[in-house]
Design a protein around this ligand. Structure first.
Ligand code: AHR
Length: 636
């Protein structure tokens, strides 16, 4: 599958391209000295930041199709599950709070069927995450825990059913045996059905019996066919961004609203039935299917390095663990987490990871201590950071430790800055790092976004983002990493808690925002150093970056015209020589700042590729209004 549908227009141009240039303006010139290196560009400049927000994992990249597989309930009943009584059948469902398959999951759904037969089955229906995507000729892999009072065993029918048609799209039978808890695995295959998300799951029986159910799970084919794996279309979209790292698990999701609802990593590993699940920070419950090992495998799948954020004793609701003895257990928890990630099988937590299915240690360079600790009103971060820093450095001296705000007393390796701004604010921010202190810690821009557009950024958002990215590249001797946030949003009603999010999806489809494509374009051509350049008469809404990759012998010129009018630029590429060079030009353009993509119209604003023939070192080039361009040249 193509990561995005770029429209390919092969243009052979030697001079002016584009049309409506502002009349009467002073000619803009941009002179780039390809042979005059200026500052290094970090190979890890572009990465990803994720957390459980906007149904990013459950109902998002985590492939699970069953919503509330652990049968949580409130006053209205069991959430997302509904009783089925077909024909003359009669049944009731309740939560059995005293009977469950494990210490972590100690309750279950109790289905009591008093009347049923082959023509009149009874059971339960799961609505999925705003439906369940069923695609043609696809294999669905499931599992469930169950027990029954039916001594002779009990056949359970599991089926994917069309909401409107009532047609069975895939079906299998699971034979329950024994009156104790057992795990049952099953598979079912769809036929030549039309792809749709208007489907649900049915689990039914055809005779009177009582069945207890727990941890009902169903997966479609996943990325790299991983069990308990990730959604293919979203992973492909991420792969196209060439991300170098993944910051996880948050964000506020790391902190929790309270200490006891933090991301407690030990409760997110091992078999699903041993994960108790927990309330997230963004108004919904987390299945914890996306646990510590799943994050690391996600990194492995996309060849990203993990950037592990550890809980640091501050929760969003204001609870703080005082530095000193109170904090020791949390420091220990972080050390053990690092051991789970990096330890050999001879270590305690490395052995646990091996038992969980991954004997090889994962690479780890960066550990972030907490998240946005500037919100800690008790101002305890200096003390808390110092304890984490000293414990981590003494056990793992090579690890780079990231602080979430400037700290006194200890010199962190890196400080994490966050920016959420409108387009104008982003333009202003482009100057922020130009004269920043180069003797201080390195900078990680761990969350940033131009917040224009809902649920996903519009063209104005993309222009703000692209302008900011040019400044990050220019200052990448200081800014070693960056990640847009939030990354994901489920655009179904009620799915979003925070706008503007880079990639949108529903149960079936997904799309990239203009800002997503800006990042795909920028990351696809990242030099290893910036080069000298001079700009004149460009106005306030033009931004650029010029880098060269010595390794790949190519130059990357990024041009951002955030004004409504086309901009004519006299471009000098000094050092290119007199030979004829072929250049690849990628253009992302909107007609207004409010132009955007959506789940219904995913391809309105996508990069358009063209070829340019550059003769000699000079090029008259026109950058369309509201556009972002990346010019990639071979410089051999
Ligand atoms: O990205 C959304 C939230 O913004 C993050 O959880 C938090 O770190 C920041 O305040």
């Amino acid at each position: 599958m193509k990561p995005y549908s770029a429209k390919l227009a092969v243009l052979i141009l030697t001079g002016l391209i584009g049309a409506s240039v502002l009349q009467g303006q002073v000619a803009t010139s941009l002179a780039i000295d390809l042979n005059r290196p200026k500052s290094p560009v970090s190979p890890t400049l572009y990465g990803l930041m994720t957390e459980e927000i906007n149904y990013s994992y459950d109902g998002g990249v985590y492939g699970e199709l069953v919503r509330n597989r652990t049968f949580r309930s409130d006053w209205s009943g069991i959430l997302n599950w509904f009783l089925i009584e077909k024909g003359i059948s009669s049944a009731k469902v309740s939560v059995d709070s005293k009977d469950g398959p494990s210490a972590a999951i100690h309750d279950s759904a109790k289905l009591e069927v008093v009347k049923a037969d082959t023509g009149s089955p009874a059971g339960l229906l799961n609505e999925g995450y705003w439906g369940i995507a069923v695609r043609p000729n696809s294999r669905y892999t499931g599992s469930l825990y169950a027990k029954t009072d039916s001594e002779g065993g009990l056949p359970l029918t599991v089926a994917l059913v069309g909401d409107q048609s009532g047609k069975t799209l895939a079906q299998t039978t699971v034979s329950l045996a024994g009156t104790g808890w057992n795990e049952y695995k099953f598979e079912m295959q769809s036929g030549t059905v039309a792809a749709s998300a208007e489907n649900h799951l049915e689990i039914t029986i055809q005779k009177p019996a009582t069945v207890w159910l727990q941890m009902v799970s169903l997966f479609p084919p996943t990325y790299h066919n991983r069990a308990n794996g990730n959604r293919v279309d979203l992973m492909e979209k991420l792969a196209a961004m060439h991300p170098s790292f993944l910051r996880f698990p948050g964000g506020n999701y790391l902190e929790g609203n309270r200490i006891d609802t933090r991301f407690d990593w030990k409760k997110t590993i091992g078999p699903m039935v041993d994960r108790p699940t927990h309330p997230g920070t963004w108004s919904y419950h987390s299945s914890d299917g996306m646990g510590l090992l799943e994050f690391l495998q996600w990194c492995e799948d996309l060849k990203m390095e993990p950037l592990l954020a550890v809980y640091a004793g501050y929760s969003l609701g204001g609870q703080v663990v005082k530095p000193g003895p109170d904090l020791d257990p949390y420091v220990q928890e972080a050390l053990e987490e690092i051991e789970y990630v990096t330890g050999g099988p001879e270590t305690h937590w490395g052995a646990v990871r091996a038992k969980d299915g991954h004997p090889e240690p994962f690479p780890l360079r960066y550990v972030e201590v907490g998240n946005e600790d500037s919100f800690d009103r008790a101002k305890t971060y200096d003390g808390r950071f110092a304890e984490f820093y000293s414990a981590i450095k003494s056990k793992y001296p090579k690890l780079q430790i990231i602080a979430t705000m400037p700290v006194n007393g200890v010199f962190p390796d890196v400080v994490d800055d966050h920016y959420y701004k409108r387009e104008q604010g982003m333009f202003e921010l482009t100057k922020h790092y130009d004269n920043a202190d180069r003797k201080g810690p390195k900078i990680f821009i761990g969350e940033w976004a131009t917040r224009e557009g809902t649920p996903t950024p519009n063209m104005g958002g993309a222009l703000g983002d692209a302008a900011f990215m040019t400044s990050m590249e220019r200052n990448s001797d200081l800014i070693v990493m960056s990640a847009f946030a939030p990354l994901f949003v489920n655009v179904s009603p009620g799915g979003m808690q925070w706008a503007s999010d880079l990639i949108g999806y529903d149960a079936l489809n997904s799309y990239g925002s203009p800002g997503y494509y800006a990042q795909v374009m920028f990351a696809s051509c990242l030099g290893d150093h910036t080069v000298d350049s001079t700009l004149s008469d460009a106005g306030e809404k033009f931004f650029y970056s010029a880098t060269v990759s010595s390794k790949l012998n190519k130059a990357c010129v990024k041009l951002v015209n955030a004004s409504s009018s086309a901009l004519s630029v006299s471009l000098s590429l000094n050092g290119l020589g007199n030979a004829v060079h072929q250049a690849r030009l990628s253009t992302l353009k909107g007609n207004t700042v409010w132009a955007t993509n959506s789940i219904e119209h995913p391809d309105r604003i996508v990069p358009v590729s063209s070829m340019l023939t550059v003769k000699g070192e000079h090029l008259s080039h026109t950058i369309p209004g509201y556009s972002i361009q990346v010019l990639e040249l071979d410089v051999k």
